[in-house]
Design a protein around this ligand. Structure first.
Ligand code: PEP
Ligand code: MG
Length: 841
């Protein structure tokens, strides 16, 4: 049959092979060939070819096989555009037939021939004919009868004899690989890794280098860094008389690569080949500008490099590796920065179980993905997603996971499976997502229907119970274990230092407590961009006073509560100023949605009545009078400040007194005071004059200069539209994108979760606008606000301090709008610093 297009291309130094048409693996093999590495003959099938194969439009694969000459054995491996987009597993030894087996028995001996044929039958049966792997028991040293038995099982299960024509085998392999790529699970997986919807798959067909035979023969994989830490060190495995991935899989049977007191090594067995491999590693690093993992075969004393991929690595190792490459001047610093996805830094900042704390181990398994998490047990991905949507941390427990679980795994804080190993679906995906994961916890029995699991000692754990999953140790611990915050290495600091040199937008932190502020300092935030003062009152003692204050209807009662609050606030601010050591601190005056601070049930009302020494009926009546139908749009923010002036006056006084005391002790602080939920210029005018009065009162009789900067939060559409009027009175404007999103959409922050999934699922919204800034709508208000504000006041400082402040796309957007800084929660500061550098590059 006529091939109307170029179905395949031999990979040579000069062939036209591109990542965009043939995929990353094909391109990489060409690079290896250009470096004179001993790569066996390989051809590349383009995305177009593979697409045709999937559609059944290309039947003549004999031409591919003919290219390899007389009776070849070949392998097929996937070659997607993105090297981490996955793809179907490699299939080796295509071309093994009864006839080829007989020849191989003569040439390489019975054992080798049986092993190779049996492996091929298994792989073909499972990956191409889609038979259950369990039909074929693994045999350590297969004999002829095992081969015959496998052929028999194949025939009885498929009603067809095992194909005895290499071209038929290859056609089957290519078709199944091409179709697997189009399948739903493969699509979901690669989408999770950032591949576009229509991503293509290329395939490479390569002449087999057989790792079996006389002299030293075998297969192995070598890398020159530790894939967990990224530090320079030869790691990998080698196995004599083995092929392909065998060398990786059979850990116990493998040889060491370098000399090792525990056993024989490749270095001793074949010193020349070992030296050559080390040389190739150096060459690859220098010329391919990457740490490569070299997959090799030794065939009767001859080295063949069958593949090389970027060393699979943890996020921590990636940072270590790119910093080392930049230090060795192999790549520029800019590229090092770009090679670290900002979000991947989360993995370096993982929590760990405190090693010093007591640990009650409930179950054990394989430590598949690092970090630890506390959460409630759930037994299905749907539950995990539902709980996550309500802001609940959960640990997903499954016998094993499938691609359908990817979303659930994304939503969970940790994943536990009863089955599986280091490279099982759960393990691979969890590492990719940076979610702590334990797999192969074989002694737990899961009852998915009953939503429970039985431990080895017979205890039953039910859905909703809290456990700690330690993905670094491979254990499940009882309850919420004590956790240690992540420790960050030197390479991490270096990389972020480079990011700081490049970026041109500031990164501050949203910090309410001294603890937050301290973490933010270690992450080198450039100041506090938002201190939500109402959050300083969440602990029990303080909450009572806070309630008394909000609750008071007579001015004397309120004055009393405020007198108690004043020293607490002064102390709070003093500590923040001290920790921040002169960096800017932006304090937002109270913005308590009243319903969050009033008791919501009968017992709460009784407790409050006790605390206030007033009858329950009184208290209930007052609560009723204060209850709002729509508290998010009620007496919040600056509206409270305007209508009950004493509250903001107390806060401002506390700020100024803290500043004065620090000033007398030699530390000068210029606080930033921010008014929340502003919508009219007049609100700012009124508060400006009240704040000035407090300042004047405190200045009187002292020579201390009390200076401050006044600003507003832009959280209502009106504030954005009237930014020119507001900006005249302000030193800064900070866009609160949480409320601004809520009010622009008319979409409740607290209730949208209920239907957001449906909305996103049906494509009404592309993404949840509370997670990903809506650049078209809310973004337009940001642009308008920034532009009008700047026009009226050229010196105004602009920022974003909503949750969006820590995400890469909003940072790029803010920079584009000419904002001065973003402010985000403490653990997002490093991510923001790197993302801000990416925005420049
Ligand atoms: C905002 O609305 O974006 C904001 C930062 O304030 P809060 O989340 O406290 O309402
Ligand atoms: Mg707000």
């Amino acid at each position: 049959k006529q091939l109307t297009f170029k179905a395949f291309t031999e990979i040579t130094r000069t062939a036209t092979i591109s990542v965009g048409q043939h995929g990353g693996r094909a391109k990489c093999l060409q690079r290896l060939i250009r470096l004179d590495m001993p790569v066996p003959t390989t051809v590349a099938l383009s995305f177009e070819t593979v697409r045709r194969i999937a559609q059944g439009k290309m039947t003549d694969v004999a031409a591919i096989l003919d290219f390899f000459g007389e009776a070849p054995l070949v392998s097929v491996r996937p070659s997607a555009e993105g090297t981490d987009w996955g793809g179907p597993g490699a299939i080796l030894n295509i071309g093994m037939t009864d006839r080829r087996h007989a020849v191989m028995v003569q040439r390489r001996g019975e054992d080798a021939a049986n092993a190779i044929y049996l492996r091929f039958i298994h792989t073909y049966a499972v990956q191409v004919a889609h038979l259950d792997a369990e039909l074929f028991p693994r045999v350590p040293r297969p004999g002829r009868s095992d081969v015959a038995e496998a052929l028999r099982i194949f025939e009885s299960e498929t009603d067809e004899p095992f194909p005895q024509h290499p071209a038929e085998q290859l056609a089957g392999v290519l078709r199944s690989m091409a179709r697997a790529w189009e399948g739903t699970s493969a699509r979901l997986l690669r989408k999770a890794r950032g591949a576009p919807e229509e991503a293509g798959l290329g395939l490479v067909v390569q002449r087999m280098a057989l790792g079996v035979g006389a002299d030293e023969s075998g297969a192995g994989v070598m890398q020159f860094v530790d894939p967990t830490t990224g530090r320079g060190q030869i790691t990998g495995r080698y196995m004599s008389q083995a092929q392909g991935r065998d060398a990786l899989a059979l850990k116990h049977a493998a040889l060491y690569l370098t000399r090792d007191p525990r056993g024989p090594s490749l270095e001793e067995l074949a010193p020349e080949i070992f030296d050559r491999l080390v040389g190739l590693g150096d060459l690859a690093r220098a010329r391919l500008r990457e740490e490569m993992q070299i997959e090799f075969v030794i065939q009767e004393g001859e080295l063949a490099v069958i593949d090389a991929v970027r060393v699979p690595r943890t996020a921590r190792a990636n940072v270590e590796i790119v910093v080392a490459l930049a230090r060795d001047r192999i790549i520029p610093r800019e590229e090092a920065l770009l090679r670290v996805p900002p979000r991947s830094l989360n993995e370096l900042m993982h929590w760990q179980v405190d090693p010093a704390a007591p640990r009650a181990v409930l179950a054990g398994g394989i430590a598949a993905s690092p970090g630890a998490a506390v959460g409630r047990l759930v037994f299905s991905s749907t539950r995990a997603q539902a709980l996550a949507a309500q802001g609940e941390a959960c640990i997903l427990v499954k016998r094993e996971t499938s691609p359908d679980d990817v979303r659930g795994m994304h939503a969970a804080r940790g994943v536990l499976t009863a089955k599986g190993g280091m490279s099982s679906h759960a393990a691979v995906i969890a590492r990719g997502l940076g979610v702590p994961c334990v797999v192969g916890a074989g002694r737990i029995a899961i009852d998915r229907r009953a939503r429970e699991m039985r431990l080895a000692d017979g205890r039953i754990l039910r859905e909703g119970e809290v456990v700690t999953l330690d993905g670094s140790a491979g254990e499940v611990l009882e309850g919420a274990a004590e956790m240690l915050e992540p420790s960050l290495g030197e390479a991490f600091q270096t990389l972020l230092g480079w990011a700081d040199e490049i970026r041109d937008i500031g990164v501050r932190v949203n910090a309410d407590t001294p603890e937050d502020a301290r973490i933010a300092r270690t992450f080198r935030a450039e100041g506090i961009g938002l201190c939500r003062t109402e959050h300083m009152f969440f602990d029990d003692d303080r909450l009572t006073v806070m309630r008394e204050m909000i609750f008071a209807d007579a001015p004397e009662d309120r004055a009393d509560a405020l007198r108690q609050l004043l020293p607490m606030q002064r102390e709070d601010f003093t500590r923040l100023f001290e920790i921040m050591e002169g960096l800017p601190v932006c304090i937002r005056l109270f913005d308590p949605p009243l319903h969050e601070f009033l008791p919501s049930d009968r017992q709460g009302v009784v407790d409050l009545a006790n605390a206030l020494g007033r009858p329950v009926s009184d208290v209930q009546a007052r609560i009723d009078s204060m209850t709002e139908f729509n508290p998010m749009l009620g007496l919040r923010g600056v509206r409270l400040g305007i209508t009950v002036p004493e509250i903001y006056e107390m806060q401002v006084q506390a700020i100024f007194e803290a500043v004065i005391a620090l000033g007398e002790a030699g530390t000068q602080v210029v606080p930033e005071i921010m008014l929340p939920l502003v919508s009219a210029q007049r609100e700012v005018e009124i508060l400006q004059s009240r704040i000035e009065q407090v300042a004047a009162r405190l200045r009187a009789g002292r020579d201390a200069a009390v200076s401050y900067r006044l600003g507003v939060m832009v959280e209502t559409p009106r504030a954005a539209l009237k930014a020119h009027a507001i900006a005249e009175l302000c030193a800064f404007m900070s866009f609160g994108t949480n409320d601004l999103t809520q009010m622009t959409y008319g979409l409740s922050r607290d209730d949208a979760g209920r239907f957001m999934q449906t909305y996103v699922h049906q494509g009404v919204f592309r993404e949840d606008p509370f997670h990903v800034l809506d650049k078209e709508g809310v973004g337009e208000l940001l642009r308008i606000g920034a532009e009008r504000g700047r026009r009226a006041n050229g010196r105004i400082v602009l920022s974003i301090c909503g949750e969006h402040g820590g995400t890469a796309d909003s940072i790029a957007f803010a920079r584009d709008c000419g904002f001065d800084y973003v402010s985000c929660s403490p653990f997002r500061v490093p991510v923001a610093r790197l993302a801000a550098a990416h925005a420049v590059l």
